[in-house]
Write a protein that binds this ligand. Structure first.
Ligand SMILES: NC(=O)c1ccc[n+]([C@@H]2O[C@H](COP(=O)([O-])OP(=O)(O)OC[C@H]3O[C@@H](n4cnc5c(N)ncnc54)[C@H](OP(=O)(O)O)[C@@H]3O)[C@@H](O)[C@H]2O)c1
Length: 252
């Protein structure tokens, strides 16, 4: 059976996605990844990949995942360049917080389009290739806010929807050798949390997370969870939700 382990990672230029790209490179896979606009961050990831494993194939593609035409055009180019994609990681995500009563249409629409419609477009674009190989590992990055979070109706709805999408893909394509799972990160030090997470939420985390000193997660702890799901050892996990939260799953 042909089991290609090439990755395609959205949001691979920064934060958790960057960690996932580099861990996949370190574990011996070739990686195509997408970024929205920050080319210098994407170039830096490629430079790090070359340092980690000289000669490794790591290529960046500019893509707004909320645009279905761009997704299908970039997916075609990725498949031309890499031939097969066996592991698809939907990590790109945004938040634009507001209370429901004040939330503007574009705040709602951008977050749903990026965090939920984006993964749908990307999965749809790569499914034919995975079906042809009768192999695929689809890993969608959610959030502990998928059960609802004050000020995050758009974000919570997008992530809850991602769980439904993932479980459906698992049911539709599991028999064809394609698994789909959700990884739920807790609190990690990335641009997203640095720039937008309220101090009160950070303080709450530090006080209540049942980890030494209430620490945040390390990016590598998400990345290694993803590479495990993509590895042969992860092959019987399908339609599942893997929490990487240090035990503080405050919304469940
Ligand atoms: N950090 C946490 O503690 C945490 C907790 C729970 C869940 N998560 C989830 O984990 C994922 C990664 O979060 P992060 O903290 O690493 O975020 P981040 O540091 O803000 O990075 C976001 C990444 O997504 C890309 N991106 C944003 N909008 C995009 C679009 N429309 N099309 C394509 N790419 C787009 C960005 O590209 P550019 O660099 O070009 O802008 C960047 O690579 C997100 O889905 C987030 O919801 C994070």
């Amino acid at each position: 059976m042909n089991e290609p382990r090439n990755y395609f990672v959205t949001g691979g230029s920064r934060g958790l996605g960057e960690g996932i790209v580099l861990e996949a490179i370190a574990s011996g896979s070739d990686v195509a990844f997408a970024y929205r606009s920050n080319k210098s961050a994407a170039d830096d990831v490629i430079r790090q990949a070359q340092e980690l494993r000289p000669g490794a194939r790591c290529q960046a593609y500019q893509l707004d995942v909320s645009d279905p035409d761009q997704v299908s055009e970039v997916a075609d180019r990725v498949l031309e360049d890499f031939e097969d994609i066996g592991v698809l990681v939907n990590c790109a995500g945004v938040n634009r917080d507001n209370l429901v009563i004040s939330m503007a249409d574009d705040e709602w629409a951008q977050v749903i389009a990026t965090n939920l419609s984006g993964p749908f477009y990307v999965i749809r674009a790569f499914l034919s290739n995975m079906l042809a190989n009768r192999f695929g590992r689809i890993i969608n990055i959610s959030s502990i806010q998928h059960n609802g979070g004050s000020g995050q109706a758009n974000y919570a709805a997008s992530k809850a929807g991602l769980h439904g999408l993932t479980k459906t893909v698992a049911k539709e394509y599991g028999r064809k050798g394609i698994t789909a799972n959700v990884v739920v990160p807790g609190f990690f030090d990335t641009d997203m949390t640095r720039e937008t997470m309220p101090q009160a939420a950070k303080d709450y985390w530090k006080k209540h997370c049942p980890m030494p000193k209430g620490r945040m997660g390390y990016t590598s702890e998400i990345a290694k969870t993803v590479t495990f799901l993509a590895s042969p050892g992860g092959g019987f996990i399908n339609g599942d939700v893997i929490s990487v939260t240090g035990g503080l799953n405050w919304t469940t």
